[in-house]
Design a protein. Structure first.
Length: 417
């Protein structure tokens, strides 16, 4: 089991490193790949490309869900990681707007679409693969491995960006050094491919295949026979995806633009928040093995709503940065607590015959509508309302959607898969 968890975490973390780099240097990419002029317009365009990658994630989920349910979890994960690594390296080689004009943002968008399709299947495959290997009483903490490795992938990206920035200087990094982390993504992706290639197939999938208990049309069956489960998976994931990209992507540019914090300091704060999320994710996932997924997730969603408003109220009033960091850290810890049981919740929600397709499509639809649009919509909300607190109300709305979905969920913690 240790080998399964470690290999799953490494492969998943490396793929998230590739995917997350765009968000971590989006404030630089906005200047290089879009016409010079209004800074807000540049950021909106860059966030629009970020959102575009999420729009195709359900398409990737459908393809990799079909592949994973029909031919196995392992083949889907191997293809997905290659489909992420190569486009990541391509971003590091792209000419800028000043060099090739409008073709620069077009090429950047196409690459991000390929990355979005890849991630639409990768994360679902990693979750299903690890949880299907785990004993029933340890599924919560096993499933959290994918979510912890997600954060470790983000953290690795920040560490590499910060390291290159320190090595070449901030001015040189913004001019050309930003390309280095993307080029490293090719090497990192190939390491992940090697690890995935030598993994064993999920035993539960193998049993279902031998018993001829797999659906010939998993996507159609997921929507036709399990529409309520699809809605519950969608609703529960809303409170993961929107707040997560708010804190890890939007806030990097927000802190530099609105709070006048240096880029390096903003990255350090994000690194701290991801560390808190990772600790909270493991802790709450372990608790869910004792108290059930539903109770832990509902309590955490309520606490997220309680802590988000004071955070934005402090920012609106121009409070000291240290106080703001404290309340931001508390919110990120609560968000991590909500995220902990989510992976296992999604696996337990669907039967083996349609599990990959059902969970991939339901959560990726939520990611497309609420996660990918979060930076773009938050930038627009601040401009339209002139109030940071409008973002708090949006997070509360997401929490409400998740609470409704969870209220009607029948907890299957520990039940046979």
């Amino acid at each position: 089991m240790k080998k399964v968890v470690i290999s799953g975490m490494i492969g998943n973390g490396l793929e998230w490193y590739d995917y997350a780099l765009y968000g971590q240097v989006v404030f630089i990419l906005a200047k290089h790949f879009f016409p010079a002029g209004d800074e807000t317009v540049q950021m909106l365009a860059a966030f629009g490309v970020f959102a575009a990658a999420f729009i195709v994630r359900p398409i990737g989920a459908a393809f990799f869900g079909w592949l994973g349910d029909k031919y196995g979890r392992k083949p889907a994960m191997v293809v997905a990681i290659l489909m992420m690594a190569l486009p990541t390296g391509a971003i590091g080689l792209l000419p800028t707007y000043a060099e090739i004009g409008v073709w620069a943002p077009i090429a950047l968008t196409v690459i991000r679409l390929l990355q979005g399709m890849s991630l639409g299947g990768e994360f679902s495959g990693s979750i299903a693969y690890i949880v299907e290997h785990a004993p029933a009483k340890r599924r919560g903490i096993a499933g959290a491995a994918s979510l912890v490795s997600l954060k470790l992938g983000f953290m690795l990206g920040i560490i590499v960006v910060r390291g290159v920035m320190e090595l070449v200087g901030e001015e040189a990094f913004q001019a050309w050094g930003w390309r280095i982390p993307f080029l490293l993504g090719i090497v990192i992706g190939l390491i992940g491919f090697y690890i995935r290639h030598y993994c064993d197939e999920s035993p539960i999938y193998v049993e279902a295949k031998q018993a001829e208990n797999l659906s010939p049309r998993p996507i159609r069956e997921a929507f036709g026979s399990h529409p309520w489960k699809m809605a519950q998976g969608f609703g529960a994931y809303v409170s993961v995806t929107m707040p997560f990209y708010l804190m890890t992507v939007f806030f990097i540019s927000f802190m530099t633009k609105h709070m006048h914090i240096t880029v390096s300091h903003a990255l350090d704060i994000t690194l701290m928040n991801l560390s808190l999320m990772a600790v909270a994710t493991a802790m709450s996932a372990h608790m869910s093995d004792y108290f059930g997924r539903k109770k832990v997730m509902m309590a955490s969603a309520i606490m997220c709503s309680v802590t988000i408003y004071p955070m934005f109220a402090m920012m609106q009033q121009g409070m000291n940065v240290e106080y703001y960091m404290l309340i931001q850290g508390i919110f990120c810890f609560m968000l991590g607590c909500y995220m902990g049981p989510v992976a296992t919740f999604l696996v337990e929600l669907f039967p083996t015959s349609v599990r990959f397709s059902g969970m991939a499509i339901s959560y990726n639809l939520a990611a497309a509508l609420f996660g990918g649009t979060a930076p773009l919509l938050c930038e627009w909300l601040i401009g339209a309302t002139g109030s940071y607190q409008s973002l708090a109300y949006y997070v509360m709305l997401c929490n409400l959607i998740s609470l409704i979905a969870l209220y009607y969920y029948r907890d299957r913690s520990g039940a046979p898969l």
